[in-house]
Design a protein around this ligand. Structure first.
Ligand code: AMP
Length: 487
């Protein structure tokens, strides 16, 4: 079956062509016709199956073909000035997933004239409030911020005709279930409801029963088979030696884009710090990071400006990075099922992937449980030495990546230049003066914060990145203290 066989209008077909989609994924092939017919759906599918397009495409089709009926009281001053009522609501557990869903609606709906907005917590509410006042057809939201805006009467759900609950099991894990129920209660009773979840624990089944009406059940990519295309390895390694092992792996294997999972936020920071120190450009995302820094980290990773993204489970859910050849479980997760979600990040869309886990002594129990879920012989275990001997096996030639160990400039070079002098010379020679030529350290220093306005400031930034003392930088470059702190 091709997308052209599905009853989707010309604008959507055009957008799909532009996205390079020709064949619907199994969940799309099953869900799209049913949603178009108005059925409620309970979809058992995880990220990577194409579930976003499975609900976004029919929603866009339905909204584009429906006349707008504003059921709100036009005399109600609270909603005065609002142009379009919200007709579709998508609930997402995390900000990142919400943003990705919003981006998908924008991409698929670009020829439909339908608009969408994404709202989530952790950022100022004013822009989101303005977007609501301007009117929007599709709202993608995390539950907490949505409830906030509903209570402030900035958002009204009175005209919603389709609601989607995405990653419902994750909503449950994050303690959103009461918020979800309050939001569902505020929706019109006559509506179409779609629920997607990677797993179906009893509480999700109960929620589905309450919120859905005669739902069609669609299951794709069941948990146990999701692990198939991914080669899985485990190294039994002392906790303290994990960072060395990771660095050695990064040097030996063609690891271009690696998602590293840490059990804790603090651990994630530590890993990224150690990797950066060793010249492996790495980013971190976890719940304590601001929204803008999380988005920046994700973008830098997607743009291959950094090689490693270190994440905690919650922050990583829903992240969609194309062509992610490696996932490293620096720590095994507490819950064995989370392992399956994690390794599902690689080996997507038919690409092969490698999931490498580090198991320290204190994690043997959880490792046993993981083996029960994925199958006894699915995960190959080997000693680190053996792994390195076999390393060429993984080098398919597709992701060759040179060692990124920093070539530290010598303290004194042949011409007797000092460290600072060496840096100044290299900048004056043009190295590092153009954006794409900057070293990763300089990139980090400069990202989004302060763009040097002249060569002195560029030199100062470089020196600062190399750890030259403040006094020397101020003296040799002549920049003032204020600029120094901005760099
Ligand atoms: P999702 O499961 O919605 O997170 O989608 C996973 C990835 O598959 C996303 O990068 C989509 O852009 C991509 N994708 C979704 N549907 C298709 C399709 N029919 N053909 C090719 N890629 C797709």
């Amino acid at each position: 079956m091709n997308f052209t066989d599905l009853p989707l209008s010309e604008g959507l077909q055009k957008a799909l062509k532009a996205e390079g989609y020709t064949v619907p994924t199994p969940i799309q092939a099953e869900a799209i016709p049913s949603i178009l017919q108005g059925c409620d759906i309970i979809g058992c599918a995880q990220t990577g199956t194409g579930k976003t397009a499975a609900f976004a495409l029919p929603i866009l089709e339905l909204l584009a073909s429906e006349p707008i009926i504003d059921k709100e009281d036009k005399n109600d001053k609270r909603h005065k000035g609002r142009k379009k009522p919200i007709r579709a609501l998508i609930l997402s557990p995390t900000r990142e997933l919400a943003q990705q869903i919003g981006d998908s609606f924008t991409a698929y709906g670009r020829f439909t004239g339908l608009t969408n907005t994404v709202i989530y917590g952790g950022v100022a509410q004013s822009k989101q409030e303005q977007a609501m006042r301007n009117g929007v057809d599709i709202l993608v939201a995390t539950p907490g911020r949505l409830l906030d805006l509903m209570n402030q009467r900035i958002v009204s759900l009175a005209s919603v005709s389709i609601v989607v609950l995405d990653e419902a099991d994750h909503m449950l894990d994050m303690g959103f279930i009461h918020d979800i129920r309050s939001i569902i209660d505020a929706l019109p009773a006559k509506r179409q409801s779609l629920l997607f979840s990677a797993t179906m624990p009893p509480e999700i089944e109960r929620l589905a029963k309450d919120m859905l009406n005669d739902a069609k059940r669609i299951a794709v990519d069941p948990i146990s088979s999701s692990a198939k295309p991914v080669e899985q390895l485990v190294y039994f390694v002392d906790r303290k030696k994990k960072i060395d092992l990771l660095l050695r792996l990064m040097d030996t294997l063609p690891m271009t884009a690696v998602l590293v999972f840490s059990r804790t936020k603090h651990g994630a920071d530590r890993i990224a710090k150690d990797l950066n120190k060793e010249g492996v450009p790495s980013e971190v995302i976890h719940g304590d990071k601001t929204q803008s820094s999380r988005l920046r980290a994700l973008n830098r990773f997607k743009e291959k400006r950094s090689r490693v993204l270190v994440a905690t489970d919650i922050a990583a859910r829903g992240i969609d990075v194309e062509q992610l050849p490696y996932v490293v479980n620096y720590d095994l997760p507490d819950a064995a099922e989370t392992y399956v979600h994690r390794i599902g990040r690689t080996g997507r869309a038919g690409l092969t992937g490698v999931a490498i886990s580090f198991c320290s002594n204190d994690q043997q129990d959880v490792f046993r449980q993981i083996k029960k879920i994925v199958g006894k012989d699915t995960i190959k275990s080997m000693s680190v030495e053996e792994a390195f001997k076999r390393a060429p096996q993984f080098q398919g030639g597709e992701h060759p990546y040179p060692s990124q160990k920093k070539e530290k400039p010598p303290i004194e070079d042949a011409r007797g230049l000092s460290k600072a002098g060496f840096s100044v010379q290299s900048i004056l020679k043009g190295q590092g003066s153009k954006k794409h030529e900057r070293s990763p350290d300089i990139e980090r220093l400069l990202e989004n914060e302060y763009e040097p306005r002249n060569i002195q400031e560029a030199i100062a930034a470089r020196l600062k990145a190399e750890g030259v003392s403040k006094d020397i930088i101020l003296r040799t470059t002549g920049i003032n203290k204020e600029i120094f702190h901005k760099l």
